[in-house]
Write a protein that binds this ligand. Structure first.
Ligand code: C5P
Length: 231
């Protein structure tokens, strides 16, 4: 099972098909809002028909009833992982899970994970703009415990928080970690970044890698290198 989820942050179906044509074996990919808002949810079928596993990263955050209805429809697409913002609260997260179970209609229920704090959020922004006091790690662990209480399968967090989450929520509670950069890469807009080697050391279950792979000179080679580092 691959440990790397490639973020398909493209704006057209052509770019996606072109990018994925480099991979002979099924990989794990993340379809987020950039691609979905450009191509619609049909892109999920396109990528699924190519045999890949899908993390549909639409980060739902609304009242429980609306999230439940949204998730019910997303479950019908047959994706492997979906997500919500933990900031929506426990009732919203429970509703997300209920919607997924209803939509799966006896088939495989997609996993649901909660975004804790975005890896682009610094402590200063969290304290001063979001109005949440204290350290990022404390908020992230609290959100992870909420997600677990709601019956979700894991969280999206930074590599630096994965160990504390495993300690608080148990080894089976998934940690999916974006903000990954190779030592030679630029950090871009991310703030809480780490290398694949450090992610492995911290016990992350999956790493999400976007620009380090998609913008590299040889994406397949970079992907293989990162997978090797995670073994
Ligand atoms: O290009 P890069 O590797 O920074 O891409 C990271 C991906 O992970 C993006 O698609 C972004 O939306 C997503 N993500 C994130 N931080 C989170 C949740 C998702 O960077 N906390």
């Amino acid at each position: 099972m691959s440990k790397t989820i490639v973020a398909l942050d493209f704006s057209s179906k052509e770019e996606v098909v072109n990018f994925l044509s480099q991979f002979d074996e099924p990989i794990y990919v993340k379809i987020g809002m950039e691609l979905t808002y450009a191509c619609g949810l049909d892109i999920v079928k396109t990528v699924k028909d190519m045999g890949h596993n899908i993390f549909l990263d639409l980060k739902l955050h609304d009242i429980p009833n609306t999230v439940k209805g949204g998730m019910k429809n997303l479950a019908k697409l047959g994706v492997d992982i979906t997500n919500v913002h933990a900031a929506g609260g426990i009732a919203m997260m429970k509703a997300a899970k209920e919607g997924l179970m209803e939509g799966a209609q006896g088939g495989k229920t997609p996993l649901c994970i909660a975004v804790t704090q975005l890896t682009s959020t610094s402590k200063e922004a969290m304290n001063e703009e979001l109005g949440i006091e204290g350290e990022v790690i404390d908020c992230v662990v609290k959100y992870a415990l909420n997600a677990k209480a709601a019956g979700l399968d894991g969280v999206v967090c930074s590599v630096h928080e994965a160990k504390a989450i495993k300690e608080a929520c148990g080894p089976d509670f998934l940690t999916v970690t974006p903000g990954i950069r190779l030592a030679t890469d630029s950090v871009d807009d991310q703030k809480r970044v780490a290398t694949p080697a450090y992610a492995k050391e911290q016990g992350c279950d999956y790493i999400v890698v976007g620009r380090s792979i998609t913008k590299s000179k040889n994406p397949k080679e970079t992907y293989d290198l990162i997978e090797e580092m995670m073994k």
